[in-house]
Design a protein around this ligand. Sequence first.
Ligand code: B4P
Length: 197
Amino acid sequence: MIAVLLGAPGSGKGTQAMRLSSRLGLAHVATGDMLRRAVADGTELGRKAKAIMESGGLVSDDVVLGLIRERTSEKDCASGFLLDGFPRTVGQAEGLDRMLSDRRLAVDVAVNLEVNEDRVVERMLKRAQIEGRADDSPETIRQRIRVYREKTAPLAAWYAGRGLLSNIDGEGSIEAVGERIEESLRDRGVWAPVEAR
Ligand code: B4P
């Protein structure tokens, strides 16, 4: 199974992806985590990505697609993977489709977490106090939300047009949101938890 998790910054993608990937036995592929690791390691990619991430912008489609191509070729992705924070632009979604069709694969479902903007700001400001992430400052959060509206939000319609979109109410407890995702994947016939195999 190949699943995509969509949603605004702070909508709970990373949080739900961790839960879902362990229940479904899928590799968790998070471009934000991969980029933060590159920054921490001081690689060439990390040096380029640092300023872009700290300003709330998006790293270029080519760079992110290259990362995904490499990462999803690893062994743990052979029986499926969950993409968290990717794609973030229509260009990335098109690139992903091309890459998968070359491998005779396709996205099975795109889960879109819907959360009120005031709530995502609240969550990220809270995370800033706990984790101190460089891009969780009030100004950068505003920019990330602007970029989300312009570049990423159109992906919901893109996946809906392909019959792959599951819209999920992302408000409430982490467990409640997780249960809604599970129910929606069950309805689509793509819920195959590890314990049932
Ligand atoms: P990401 O790491 O994807 O950051 P994010 O959008 O904030 O999502 P994240 O997964 O961390 O937060 P979550 O919603 O789970 O990207 C960071 C940056 O990397 C981007 O701005 C961009 O520059 C770059 N980048 C990444 N991917 C890229 C791509 N494909 N193309 C180009 N550039 C890319 O959680 C937020 C907080 O809410 C957490 O503290 C969590 O504990 C809390 N939370 C979650 N669910 C909750 C709930 N139900 N109730 C209360 N709190 C909850």
